[in-house]
Every structure is written in C-alpha cells, then in structure tokens.
Ligand binder design. Structure first.
Ligand code: NAD
Ligand code: ZN
Length: 350
C-alpha cells in the first residue's frame, strides 16, 4: 500500500510503498476513510533524532493523527462483530492501566508521547493498526470523513475549552480565541455549545475570520497588537476576558493573550509556535489566574466531540484531497487557504 511517511529524522515526508499491516493480539486494523491534516505534522518533519528518541519515537513512520474509518480486521481476543463498524481513532496512544488512564486523563499517560502519526504509523495510508478497542470511538451514522478532524482538532480544542471552564466556572462573559484555524474554529464552536460567553476570534487571514463568524464568533480581529487590545478593552471592558485560548503560541500571541486575560481568568496555551511564557515581576500574567497547557486530548474528549457532532451541535467542515494531492493539501494549510480541515482520502487497500 502507499503511505505518506517520515523516512528519516529531519527529512520531509514522502509517499512510499509499505507492506499492509495486520493486527496482533488485542489489536484492530482500521481501513482509513479519511485522515485530517494538522499544523503539528509540519513539526514532525523537523523533529531531530535526539528529541524524537527521547519521546520514544521510531523512524520511519507514517504521518497522520486524525483518523476515522471502518474496522477491517481484528486480532486474536477482539470481538469480530466490530468488523465493518465506522469508528474514530483516538489520537494519542495510552496504556489504559496507569493512574492517569484510570482517572480518564489519557493524554497524561506516559505512553501518549508516541501515537499513530507521531513516532508510530498513522493514518496517511489505506490501513492503520490500533492498539486496543478502547482507542476506538463508534461513529454510528456520522460520516467517517467528517469525523476524522474531531479526533484531534476537535478533541484537543474541546479539552482546552473544558479545562478553561473548569477554572473560571461555566458562566464566563468573554472568551478570546487566538488563531481561528483547524483547532481554533472548533474552539469557537465548543465555547458556543458549552457556555454563553461573547466570543472574539483573532486571525490575520480573512477567510479564517469569516469561518469563525460563521461558526459563532461574535466579533473578529485581524491582529494581536496594541490597537486590537484597545478595541477589545473598549468592547468588553478593561478588565480583560475570562478565558483566552492561544492556538498559535508565538512570543507575540502569548504576550498579547496573557495581557488581555482578566485577573482570576484562564489563559490556555495550545499552539506550538515555539513562543516563551515569561513571568516578570508585575503585570504580565493574569493575576491570581491560571495559565495552562497540555498536549492532545483524552478519550472522553473524542467521544464527546463525536457526540456533539452527531447531535448537530457542532459541525466539522472539511475539504477533501486525493492521496496524490497530500503535499498540495499541506501547502494550502500552511498558507491559510482552507475553509475547512483538509482531509486526505487514501487509496483503497491492496
Ligand atoms: P492552523 O494552521 O489550521 O491554524 C492556525 C491559525 O492561526 C491559522 O488560521 C493562522 O492564520 C492563525 N494565525 C497565525 N498567526 C497568528 C497570529 N499572530 N495571531 C492570530 N492568529 C494567527 O493550525 P492547527 O492545525 O489548528 O494547529 C494550531 C496549533 O495547535 C499548531 O501550533 C499546532 O501545532 C498546535 N496543536 C497543538 C495540539 C496540542 O495538543 N497542544 C494539538 C494539535 C495541534
Ligand atoms: Zn494535531
């Protein structure tokens, strides 16, 4: 089968021919309906050997961590009734047994540094092996192509929104989303679904601002700068927003985002833009507030994102690309030229 792979450290991914995998004991083989493309994939290609090995990653591996499809085959010990069922695949792997997994915090599992599409074979191929049935979320009538982005862009932004609401309570007045791309546009929707906050989204790309407005943002800004901070203060009051979620994560967005978070508010750092969080003596961080960060999502986040989509309370807009156009799809993501999450439809197996 053809797979889009990282073949060596710090090398761009490419399409290569690989053998079809088969499921081992307790494992499940999923036929991939679609795999969503994430901004994080670009970071994978730049991962150094020292960094990757410290995480437990192996090269080569197939990229793609937003996977949905149908159960194709099951390993020994797995119920064969699952064959043919449509499923979403939880993005980070998890052991299911450690203290973090037992409390449902799978993204804190030590095994979650390696997952399908980051250090192990992911979904940019016709078939992918999933380690355990607990890492599959049944889709019912939801189209797997639409469901794929829910496993990471959806689940991660739901995780961010829930963490923030857990800190500030369920009735925030104002929320700000920085970066209304794949993750940020889901965050706008989850904020709309889970609280009554007025939502401001910031993105330099016009079509992403339009998408954010379509999906429920009340107001949009094009830049994180002093002028925008003043406009924001004018519209929500100088105290700042209860919740600020940064899906970019550069020095500029972190500095701006923390400065517009109210005292006692929550600032969530999700974007992996390489920025630095500074803590000078006065003023820079939300006083008596929380600054939080995390990687990935829990199984419940995927389950709940899928359930909200199945009920029509959120949507998962996608732009479909054929497998041969995977590089073009990444280019369009990089240039901010997408209206929905790019999903790649792999070849049929064999
Ligand atoms: P994306 O490219 O779809 O979205 C990023 C958006 O940010 C784009 O719309 C872009 O126009 C906008 N943007 C860029 N610079 C900006 C600025 N200065 N101010 C405001 N907006 C700006 O990417 P994505 O797939 O949604 O990923 C977003 C980030 O989240 C990436 O850094 C990715 O690596 C990271 N990520 C983190 C996790 C996690 O678990 N923590 C999971 C997935 C992705
Ligand atoms: Zn991702």
């Amino acid at each position: 089968m053809r797979a889009f792979r990282i073949t060596d450290w710090e090398r761009p991914p490419r399409i290569v021919e690989v053998p079809e995998p088969s499921p081992g004991v307790g494992e499940v083989l999923v036929r991939v309906a679609a795999n969503g493309l994430c901004h994080s994939d670009a970071l994978m290609a730049r991962t150094s050997e020292a960094f990757g090995r410290a995480l437990g990653w192996q090269v080569p591996f197939t990229l793609g961590h937003e996977i949905a499809g149908w159960v194709a085959e099951v390993g020994a010990g797995v119920d064969s009734d699952l064959i043919g069922r449509p499923v979403a695949v939880v993005s980070p792997a998890s052991c299911g047994e450690c203290a973090a997994c037992r409390r449902g915090a799978e993204n804190a599992c030590v095994a979650s540094d390696v997952g399908r599409g980051f250090g192990a074979d992911g979904g940019l191929a016709p078939l992918v092996v999933v380690g355990a049935v607990r890492e599959l979320v049944p889709l019912g009538d939801l189209d797997p192509v639409v469901a794929a982005p829910l496993t990471d862009a959806g689940a991660t932004s739901l995780h961010a929104v829930r963490r923030a609401l857990g800190f500030v309570g369920s009735a925030p007045e104002h929320a700000v989303v920085i970066g209304a791309g794949g993750l940020g546009s889901f965050a706008v929707q989850f904020l709309r679904a889970l609280c009554d906050a007025q939502i401001v989204a910031v993105d330099p790309v016009r079509r992403r601002r339009d998408v954010a407005l379509d999906l429920g943002a009340h107001r949009v800004f094009d830049e994180v700068d002093g002028h925008t901070a003043a406009l924001l203060a004018e519209s929500i009051g100088g105290g700042g927003a209860d919740v600020v979620l940064d899906f970019v994560g550069t020095d500029t967005t972190i500095r701006w985002g923390t400065s517009v978070t109210r005292r006692g508010g929550a600032f969530g750092l999700v974007g992996a833009g390489g920025g630095t969080l500074r803590r000078p003596w006065f003023g820079a961080l939300p006083r008596d507030g929380v600054v939080f960060s995390f990687q990935g999502s829990d199984i419940a986040d995927v389950r709940d994102a899928v359930a909200l989509a199945a009920k029509g309370r959120i949507v998962s807009p996608v732009e479909r690309f054929a497998f041969d156009d995977v590089a073009t799809a990444y280019d369009r993501l990089e240039r901010g030229e997408l209206d929905g999450r790019a999903v790649v439809i792999p070849d049929g197996p064999g």
